[in-house]
Design a protein around this ligand. Structure first.
Ligand code: ADP
Ligand code: MG
Length: 308
């Protein structure tokens, strides 16, 4: 049998990405959204209140105070980006929103309803809040299609044909319908992460949380995942995104929050926080991050083990 080159499905063109020395991605020729977005129809809450709201959220692990009186409000359809040093509490914050961690005090609201109260149906809440992690967490023994449909069939009791139809629509949205019958190990890291995003969208969540989803990827695979996230944002999905990709924060973020030692230090429009940070701690963090991207020559290890 003659070898064939895999053909891309109609509507999907592979993104052409180039990298600058500062590892910013440049997306060329991607003015149009990926395939169709009909599969993603986020609900916009009637009444205009925030989609997600945190009120005085505090969380410790033993003596380690990880989140300190965090207030945050995410309007429907907005993209909120969270940046901050390693260990500052970013993942814990997302995990609290998704009820993977209980808060010690404070409250979290989803579409105006408190989700941190007693008697909340955790499974029901989690169906409204999709989450994607740095490690893709796909089931290695399941094909892409089954990774997508498993929860929908088990939890939602969706019929197989219906679940598979929806999964195909979402795979098309992330440009991977040809990979439906492949196992995770047959996919690149970027493709696996796009599958993980499609899987999180299966339950039609009202908000999506992203925890450093490009941090484990080879640099040349980062762009294709960011493009999928950018296009998801264009559909009006509410997104809470922890990332180190400052270009993404600048281009796609509506609001940027800098968090350090579990506290919000500074927030505002991404361009303002990134170009004109008011707080010294933010300046130091950004200097470090951008220096790392631009040049290693001037960096030194500090006594605390950090880098200046
Ligand atoms: N399950 C846990 N048990 C104990 N300590 C934890 C747990 N999860 C996170 N931590 C600690 O909480 C702090 C914040 O962690 P994390 O939220 O993962 O930070 P970030 O995502 O900003 O790097 C760290 O000191 C970390 O060691
Ligand atoms: Mg983290």
């Amino acid at each position: 049998m003659a070898a064939t080159t895999p053909s891309h499905s109609a509507g999907w063109r592979p993104p052409r990405l180039t990298y600058t020395t500062s590892s910013r991605f440049i997306v060329d020729g991607l003015g149009e959204p990926l395939a169709t977005n009909a599969a993603v129809q986020p609900s916009l809450q009637a009444g205009g209140g925030p989609m997600v709201r945190l009120e005085g959220v505090t969380k410790s692990f033993g003596d380690n105070r990880v989140l300190e009186d965090v207030d945050l409000s995410v309007p429907p359809g907005s993209v909120q980006v969270i940046i901050g040093p390693s260990g500052s509490g970013k993942s814990t914050l997302l995990r609290c929103v998704n009820l993977l961690e209980p808060v010690d005090s404070g409250r979290i609201f989803l579409e105006g309803q408190e989700i941190t109260g007693k008697g909340v149906d955790v499974s029901e809440v989690r169906q409204q809040i999709g989450i994607v992690f740095q490690q893709f967490n796909l089931f290695p023994h399941l094909k892409t299609m089954d990774n997508l449909t498993l929860a929908a069939r088990r939890i939602r009791r969706m019929r197989r044909s219906h679940a598979e139809q929806r999964a195909m629509e979402l795979l098309r949205t992330v440009g991977l319908e040809e990979k439906a019958r492949q196992y995770p190990h047959q996919l690149s890291g970027g493709q696996q992460q796009r599958v993980a995003i499609a899987r999180a969208l299966m339950m039609s969540p009202h908000v999506m949380l992203f925890d450093e989803v490009t941090s484990a990827l080879d640099p040349e695979l980062v762009g294709e995942v960011l493009v999928v996230m950018r296009d998801l944002a264009k559909t009006g999905m509410t997104m809470l995104v922890v990332t180190h990709e400052m270009q993404f924060a600048r281009d796609v973020g509506d609001h940027l929050v800098f968090i350090d030692h579990g506290r919000i230090v500074e927030q505002g429009k991404p361009v303002d926080v990134l170009d004109r940070p008011r707080e010294e701690r933010t300046r130091r963090f950004l200097r470090r991050t951008l220096q790392l991207a631009d040049s290693l020559e001037e960096l030194e290890i500090t006594e605390e083990g950090g880098v200046t």
